[in-house]
Design a protein around this ligand. Structure first.
Ligand code: ATP
Ligand code: MG
Length: 167
């Protein structure tokens, strides 16, 4: 765990299992309205982290790589909360993006929106999004950078850091 500037920190994962656990920890403590922007190259571990996050949040169905639908809606048994899992990998243009209705979805209240390949919709991301970037260091090692652009998001990340790493 390394502290970078005021609004970011890094952490290392040494296995897929550890990435799942990190995701689960964050998922268990997300506020009811939140955007999570999950960036990383192919095979970095975005979907692994997303799967953990879904588990921690309590989804009834596991999060998977979306195949045909770019947006998958998830619920959980204990309440009527909603988590959208969005994968923008196949988005190639502004009109592609407009056609999937992400803008409307981001305006919904009281939902969690988890976005893989968020750089394809950068202008739509709200200032309180949690930014996570995963970099592949070796076959099994991944470096995570967690960052926030405002204090609201940073508070969430600090609480997560404390819960996951004790600092
Ligand atoms: N520390 C680690 N954390 C996460 N995944 C890991 C780790 N070490 C190895 N892996 C492997 O890396 C792969 C990550 O795949 P995953 O589908 O999560 O990536 P992705 O970023 O969603 O890729 P894509 O953009 O192609 O969908 C898996 O095969 C997983 O087993
Ligand atoms: Mg994926």
């Amino acid at each position: 765990m390394a502290l970078l500037d005021r609004h970011s920190f890094e952490a290392t994962s040494n296995s897929e299992e550890q990435t799942l656990r990190l995701g689960a920890r964050l998922g268990s403590m997300l506020p009811s309205h939140c955007v999570v922007a999950l960036q990383g190259e192919m095979g970095a571990g975005k979907t692994a982290f997303a799967r953990g996050l879904g588990e921690g949040w309590g989804t009834s169905q596991p999060l998977r790589s979306p195949s045909f639908t770019l947006i998958q809606k998830h619920s959980r048994p204990q309440d009527s909360a909603v988590l959208y899992h969005v994968d923008l990998q196949r988005i190639e243009s502004a009109s592609d993006l407009a056609s999937i209705g992400l803008r409307d979805l981001l305006e919904e209240e009281e939902v969690i929106v988890l976005i893989e390949w968020p750089e394809r919709a950068e202008a739509l991301l709200p200032p309180n999004a949690l930014h996570i970037r995963i970099r592949s260091i070796s076959e099994t090692k991944r470096q995570f950078m967690f960052s926030a652009k405002n204090d609201q998001a940073w508070k969430v990340l600090i609480a997560f850091r404390k819960a996951a790493f004790g600092v």
